[in-house]
Design a protein around this ligand. Structure first.
Ligand code: NAP
Length: 329
């Protein structure tokens, strides 16, 4: 085993959070029960906030960033895990309260580990990562609400991003009609290739409009929030539903109760971080069954850990396409 290894560590510099690649040793890692050698991680919007210092994601310092990991158990004091087990972790406070994924080695709490889904390689599992698994949680929320059938139109906002691109592929796999809302007209071919049958300009949803508008969407998946989500709800058909997971356009919700009380429209909140293991298992099973591997490869870019500072700025500016896998090992 190597004496030292690189990790992306966040520390405080004159009151600001700053991230830098730092050499750590095993003795620096927290005293958790399972030591994992990490091969791959990924880039999520939250990682962009943490690395750029634009969001105070880390709640104690120093903190190793990175909310997703794929790796292999090296040593375990837990009866649930043994050396050689292939594992993933998504969320569970990594990069917030628990040291995270951008590190060759990490010691983790046994209850935070999930067995590597059998149908995916480590690269594919991280290509999905938190964004893709959250897209699957959103699909499950709509499925449990009973609306994933028929010939209605489903809207996916933030379409060319991580959550959005996987959400399109998953809804299209069910032969649903999917409309992609994007600010990047240049991504039309990419989005149609994932299964979008129609594209709309995101600016048509981003300004304040009437509390109730012409009914269009049977439902959808929103990772943008603010006026975009409010307008989407105001355009949803009677009994429809939106699964909401993100705030790329804003954390506010400047709307009215009208779609909910006059059209029985449901707003289904989705959290991936503290989601119980049983629901995670359902989401990963859905991904194994429905996610087209060729589409997954098309929406994935690989990058080294050294690129993270640049990529953090890019994802916050909405310039990354699909998902970025970070090669660690
Ligand atoms: N609840 C959870 O557990 C959970 C889990 C994962 C992610 N999230 C949240 O979901 C959101 C998306 O995450 P992600 O990893 O998919 O990020 P991402 O890859 O950056 O995707 C976000 C997309 O939103 C669109 N967008 C960016 N800025 C916008 C703006 N100002 N107004 C309208 N649209 C904008 C862009 O798509 P176009 O270029 O196509 O318009 C962008 O690609 C983030 O807010 C993230 O924090 C939440």
């Amino acid at each position: 085993m190597t004496d030292t290894f690189p990790a992306m560590v966040i520390s405080a510099e004159e009151g600001r959070h700053e991230a830098a690649i730092t050499q750590l040793s095993l003795a620096d890692l927290p005293d958790n029960d399972v030591l994992v050698e990490i091969s791959h991680s990924s880039l999520n919007y939250k990682d962009g906030l943490a690395i750029s210092g634009k969001g105070r994601i880390a709640r104690r310092l120093p903190m190793v960033a990175g909310i997703d990991l794929a790796g292999v158990v090296v040593e375990s004091r837990s009866p649930d895990w043994k050396a050689g087990d292939a594992v993933i972790v998504n969320g569970w406070g990594l990069s917030e309260t628990e040291w995270g994924a951008y590190s060759r080695f990490q010691r983790l709490k046994p209850q935070h580990l999930t067995r590597m889904p059998t149908g995916f390689s480590p690269v594919e599992a991280m290509s999905i990562g938190t964004a893709g698994y959250t897209a699957a949680l959103c699909v499950l929320a709509l499925e449990d609400h009973g609306i994933l059938q028929g010939d209605g139109e489903f809207l996916v906002t933030g379409a060319a991003g991580g959550v959005g691109s996987v959400a399109i592929a998953l809804l299209a796999a069910r032969e649903l009609r999917v409309t992609a809302s994007t600010g990047r007209a240049s991504e039309e071919d990419f989005l149609r290739g994932l299964g979008a049958s129609d594209i709309i300009d995101r600016h048509s949803l981003s300004e304040p409009r009437k509390m109730l508008q012409a009914e269009r969407w049977a439902g959808g998946i929103d990772s943008v929030g603010s006026h975009t989500l409010v307008n989407a709800l105001a355009q949803t058909v009677y009994g429809g539903a939106f699964a909401a997971c993100g705030l790329a356009g804003g954390a506010d919700l400047p709307g009215s109760v009208m779609p909910h009380i006059l059209r029985s429209v449901a707003l289904l909140g989705v959290d991936s971080v503290m989601c119980p293991q049983t629901r995670r298992a359902r989401a990963w099973a859905l991904l194994e069954r429905d996610l087209d591997r060729a589409k997954l490869a098309r929406l994935t870019t690989l990058a080294p850990m050294a690129d993270l500072p640049r990529l953090a700025e890019e994802i916050l500016a909405g310039r990354t396409r699909g998902r970025t896998v970070i090669v660690i090992g």
